[in-house]
Write a protein that binds this ligand. Structure first.
Ligand code: CMP
Length: 151
């Protein structure tokens, strides 16, 4: 089982796409084990995007991400990190495959609706940052109809 962090960015919230986006993770068979709406502090965003701090878009990225509330969610499942990245699609919505969140809803690289952890180390780091209080662990009966019993 893996757990990964997803953010619905300010453009996703402003466009009324929170439900659309979260429903895709639920429909896929991932379990939501953390969920909150918050206006992230600049300090939190600086830590979250530290890896991009030398990039030319770092300032505008932080400005955009602190412009309004975001939804943070923790999603759990078999191979959840890769599964979520596939559902999210390529960074640039104009190029992302149809059927993905960015491919269906996005047209740009900066306003790309969602963030998702890109690996196991990143997921652990980002979950600690956004859900330092921990996730909510509970049984979900329908998962026995989702995961391969032979695997
Ligand atoms: P995200 O998955 O949140 O990770 C880093 C973010 O930086 C990325 O999504 C985009 O929103 C943003 N980003 C990446 N490349 C560019 C770019 N060339 N110009 C503007 N923003 C970018």
């Amino acid at each position: 089982m893996e757990t990964t962090l997803v953010l619905v960015k300010p453009d996703g919230v402003q466009r009324g796409a929170i439900g659309n986006i979260i429903s895709r993770f639920e429909a896929k068979g991932l379990q939501i084990v953390g969920l909150k709406l918050l206006k992230p502090a600049r300090e939190l965003l600086e830590k979250h995007y530290e890896v991009h701090k030398e990039r030319p878009f770092f300032g505008s990225l932080l400005g955009f991400m602190s412009s309004g509330p975001v939804v943070a969610l923790a999603a759990r499942g078999e191979g959840a990190i890769g599964v979520v990245r596939n559902l999210v699609g390529a960074t640039n919505g104009a190029e992302a495959a149809p059927g993905t969140i960015r491919g269906d809803l996005g047209m740009s690289k900066s306003f790309n609706l969602v963030h998702a952890s890109d690996g196991a180390d990143t997921a652990a780091f980002e979950l600690d940052l956004w859900f330092g209080e921990g996730t909510v662990d509970y049984g979900l009966d329908n998962l026995r109809w989702v995961n391969d019993p032979e695997a």
